[in-house]
Design a protein around this ligand. Structure first.
Ligand code: GLN
Length: 242
């Protein structure tokens, strides 16, 4: 960490914050405070520079046009890429996930460069939009319980050799390539199609981000009964569709 407090950065809430994705930063913030950590949170609007000294960056989903604007500004700004070069942790959702890749198809039907922080390329899916509750198994190396989330995207994401699939779907689409993968990650950068907010449904992922940022193997336990009730309700919704 850069100083004594944990620095959270919520990137472009004015452009990228659909389906309650702001909840992700609230969950990380709360779980850090519950562990007695001092936390400072910076919400960076798209007309402001992205600070390079953050510890954990969160980016949400967005509609197609705001997604293009966000990609343009993040490329021009360069702060997020510098933060990752400094070792920051990034957790991104849907449009944010696509922007972190090498390229995606924008609202004008053109290929838009991303930041290249994840080895993925996104195209526009030919099939119906992927919408609904998802249940997936997170990569065993991360040692996390099953992933529950909600997806709503047209984009399809292909993984390159240096991106690992974040999860494999049991119900739902995820990356939408037909190979069963959902999301992608490398050592410090994570991307997922899951909304929910996904960290409210999967607080263990928020703890993983904290552990990576703090460089510790474990955190003190928390009372997760409310989270667990939400998880069970949403897992039932994914596995027993109406
Ligand atoms: N615009 C992107 C897509 O449709 C991302 C959508 C989202 O963030 N919900 O694929």
């Amino acid at each position: 960490m850069s100083d004594s407090s944990l620095r959270l950065v919520w990137v472009y809430p004015d452009l990228l914050s659909t389906y309650g994705d702001q909840g992700n930063v609230l969950v990380v913030e709360r779980r850090a405070r519950q562990r007695g950590l001092e936390v400072s949170r910076v919400d960076v609007r798209s007309d402001q520079p992205v600070p390079t000294s953050g510890d954990i960056y969160l980016i949400g989903g967005g509609e197609d046009r705001p997604q293009r604007l966000a990609a343009e500004r993040l490329r021009r700004d360069g702060g997020l890429s510098r933060a990752v070069a400094n070792g920051a942790i990034v957790f991104s959702v849907c449009a944010g996930y696509q922007i972190l890749g090498h390229e995606f198809v924008n609202d004008l039907g053109e290929k838009e460069p991303g930041l290249g922080l994840l080895d993925v390329v996104s195209t526009r899916g030919e099939a119906a939009r992927c919408v609904g509750d998802v249940l997936a198994d997170i990569d065993g190396r991360l040692n996390l319980p099953p992933l529950t989330g909600f997806e709503n995207h047209q984009g399809v994401t292909h993984l390159g050799p240096t991106a690992r699939p974040f999860a494999r779907v049991r119900f739902g689409n995820g990356n939408g390539t037909g190979d069963g993968t959902e999301g992608a990650y490398n050592d410090t950068v994570f991307g997922t199609y899951m909304h929910g907010p996904v960290l409210a449904r999967n607080p263990q992922i928020a703890d993983l981000l904290l552990k990576l940022a703090l460089d510790v193997n474990a955190l003190p336990p928390t009372d997760d009964r409310w989270y667990e009730a939400l998880r069970q309700e949403r897992i039932a919704a994914a596995t027993q569709p109406a």
